[in-house]
Design a protein around this ligand. Structure first.
Ligand code: NAP
Ligand code: MG
Length: 401
């Protein structure tokens, strides 16, 4: 059989620990036998990030801007323990944070649904994709612990020196204070990324804030979304047969619980942080969750939502058998290959991605899976496979489709 040819390279960002181990097996067993794989390789493993003073992360993000599609393996975000473990020169920042900042992107997370792993919410039949605004609000806050009585004011000093003041509170005793911000340009990017992504996957878009209480801050989010939608997306949405609707966050939460799924839920930074953990655990497992970063210019970076699975890696290093779920990492590859196929008009590549995803799901539905899924499945007669055997089993299924 002739291998599928590619025209534009994918930006390949290799990573750390157990996911780096899976990355190699996935390429060898599931990709290289079928595709003449063209990638521009960046090693984001912590050792090489340290060696290059993290320049490799910046370079990989720049390459993503250039080519338009990247696939990323999970990476270690260094903390104090990692400083000693890897003899780091500095506590390098989170690669995801660096890439997100350079691409000005919004992260979309969606569960991978498979028969036998049922969501806790019975009526969720289709995936709910969560879009989280990844800039500002309490994640870039300034806080004061107020020691005692006094007046707190909000002061804005314009470039020309003029001041605008609002009294926050006249404290009679001790208390707390918090200052948060966001920017119009970041909210606009967020809105555009959400509208583009909804058109891309042809699903309705929901957005919710607390604008009834926060009449300027949250209301600005609502207004910016509405303006951009009216101006640039309304007709495109009508043509695609999808809908944008805005509601209050409380109403959204209630509706989500009663919904069937199959839509995108856009959230402000904090809501997105909290709600994505709720949605992902209710759908079953972090190992069955994909994540894609989309820039307002339509650049895509695909990855798994989970981390490097450190505990399994140490077992692997000790020569013990592991049963690490590779589904989200496989879907990061298929997402990227499908997008590359669409952009370059290579039908074989998009068909390959579809077929590999079907093979992955069928393998699980046939009762062959890793331990994390075996523990929660409703299927009977399940075979628990080790990390490598599961991937090999997917290849066998692929060849029967
Ligand atoms: P993690 O890698 O997501 O793993 C946490 C636990 O979840 C694992 O110990 C395992 O549970 C389970 N798990 C996660 N993915 C799994 C999979 N594919 N198959 C089976 N079980 C899975 O989080 P972590 O251990 O807290 O973080 C490890 C490293 O990942 C950290 O250095 C962190 O900085 C990094 N991280 C990177 C990203 C990213 O690059 N996107 C995201 C998050 C974290 P059991 O041990 O019970 O089997
Ligand atoms: Mg969280």
């Amino acid at each position: 059989m002739e291998k599928i040819k590619m025209t534009t390279p994918l930006v390949e960002m290799d990573g750390d620990e157990m996911t780096r181990v899976l990355w190699k097996i996935i390429k060898e067993e599931l990709l290289l036998p079928f595709i003449d794989l063209k990638t521009e390789y960046y090693d984001l493993g912590l050792e090489y990030r340290n060696e290059t003073n993290d320049q490799v992360t910046v370079d990989s993000a720049e390459a993503t801007k250039k080519y338009g599609v990247a696939v990323k393996c999970a990476t270690i975000t260094p903390n104090a323990a990692r400083m000693t473990e890897y003899h780091l020169k500095e506590m390098w920042k989170s690669p995801n944070g660096t890439i997100r900042a350079l691409l000005d992107g919004t992260v979309f997370r969606a569960p991978i649904i498979v028969k036998g792993i049922e969501p806790c919410v019975k009526n969720w039949e289709k995936p709910i994709t969560l879009a989280r605004h990844a800039y500002g609000d309490i994640y870039k806050n300034t806080e004061i612990k107020v020691p005692g009585a006094g007046k707190a004011e909000l002061v804005f000093t314009a470039a020309d020196g003029t001041e605008t003041r609002e009294v926050i509170h006249e404290f009679k005793g001790a208390g707390i204070l918090q200052g948060i911000h966001n920017t119009e340009s970041s909210i606009e990017s967020f809105a555009k990324a959400c509208f583009n992504y909804a058109l891309d996957i042809k699903q309705d878009l929901w957005f919710a804030t607390k604008d009834t209480i926060s009449k300027k801050y949250d209301h600005t989010f609502k207004d910016i979304f509405a303006e951009i939608f009216e101006k640039d997306y309304k007709e495109k949405f009508e043509k695609a047969g999808i809908e944008y609707f805005y509601t209050l966050i409380d109403d959204a939460v209630a509706r989500v619980m009663k919904a069937k799924g199959g839509f995108i839920w856009a959230c402000k930074n904090y809501d997105g942080d909290v709600m994505s953990d709720m949605v992902s655990s209710a759908f079953g497992s972090l190992a069955m969750m994909t994540s894609v970063l989309v820039s307002p210019q339509g650049v895509y970076e695909y990855e798994a939502a989970h981390g490097t699975v450190q505990r399994h890696y140490y077992k692997h290093l000790a020569g013990e058998e592991t049963s690490t779920n590779s589904v989200a990492t496989i879907f990061a590859w298929t997402g990227a290959l499908r997008k590359r196929g669409e952009l370059d008009g290579i039908k074989e590549l998009t068909e390959f991605a579809d077929r590999l995803e079907r093979a992955t799901l069928k393998t699980i539905e046939d009762g062959k899976m890793t331990k994390d899924l075996a523990l929660i499945t409703s299927l009977k007669d399940v075979t628990t496979l080790n990390s490598e055997a599961f991937i090999i089993e997917i290849r066998k299924t692929y060849e029967t489709l």
